[in-house]
Design a binder for this molecule. Structure first.
Ligand code: KIV
Length: 256
């Protein structure tokens, strides 16, 4: 049985939620088997898979295709898919495009800020995860958000608004730990932090970041749990060497 948005909502205060991104079938299958509760088909896809310099270039077609691939690898984890930049500018677009992601296999969708259109999606019967703090689709300064009192209050207000709109959980990205703690204590829905400290109800990282596969830059909050780009390079070097030296394929890897 898949984990529902309602079940995630009810996990508040009952242990931490582990969430990671995936963009393809094989990685999604590993996440599911590892018991990751939420798998995000993030529009970070644009940067870590498609090689763009911004998430803004990700299209609905991209998201539908990758959401399908991820959902085919998952039996239990909750799959949430990002609505990409420009796909939820008004209530009609928002509800229509959210429905397309659900049809592609997502269990819920994620928006960045935008409480009114978020409510329209929820009113159409689709669960939504909100996203505040550093919101990559619209932000121009990629620094910690909410550092002064006014900015911190504004982010706290956004959290309350998205809770009132009916979000089942909230991503808090790149904000001071104390602010994330205050938001987590204020709202009744689970907060999932990325660069928001230890006090959130759960954590998320971009998988190619935490696996050391995407190495163009490394935000302070990213911890490398593996060094895949080095491992892949070693394997590719070894393969290349064996091909050049006529060692591969050997008898064990040939048909007789
Ligand atoms: O697109 C994404 O991967 C995200 C995470 C950073 C939360 O939105």
């Amino acid at each position: 049985m898949k984990i529902t948005a309602q079940q995630i909502k009810s996990m508040k205060g009952k242990g931490r939620i582990a969430m990671l991104t995936a963009y393809d079938y094989s990685t999604a299958k590993v996440m599911d088997e590892a018991g990751i509760e939420i798998v995000l088909v993030g529009d970070s896809l644009g940067m870590v898979v498609l090689g763009y310099d911004t998430t803004q270039k990700v299209t609905m077609n991209d998201m539908v295709r990758h959401t399908g691939a991820v959902s085919r690898g998952i039996k239990k984890s909750h799959v949430v898919a990002d609505l990409p930049y420009g796909s939820y500018g008004n209530k009609e677009d928002a509800a229509r495009n959210a429905k397309l992601l659900i049809e592609a296999g997502a269990d819920s969708v994620k928006t960045e800020k935008m409480p009114e259109v978020t409510k329209a999606i929820i009113d159409a019967g689709i669960p939504v995860m909100g996203h505040i703090g550093l919101t990559p689709q619209t932000i121009t300064n990629f620094r910690v958000q909410g550092k002064d009192e006014e900015a911190a209050n504004s982010i706290l207000e956004q959290a309350k608004e998205l809770e009132r709109a009916g979000c089942y959980s909230l991503i808090l990205e790149c904000i001071p730990r104390d602010l994330a703690k205050k938001i987590t204590e204020t709202v009744k829905i689970p907060t999932i932090g990325i660069g928001a400290g230890i006090d959130c109800d759960g954590q998320v990282l971009v998988t190619p970041d935490m696996l050391g596969l995407f190495t163009d830059f490394k935000p302070k909050f990213v911890k490398h749990y593996a060094h895949l780009s080095e491992n892949i390079k070693q394997a590719v070097d070894e393969y290349k060497q064996e091909v050049k030296e006529r060692k591969f394929p050997d008898d064990a890897h040939s048909f007789h």
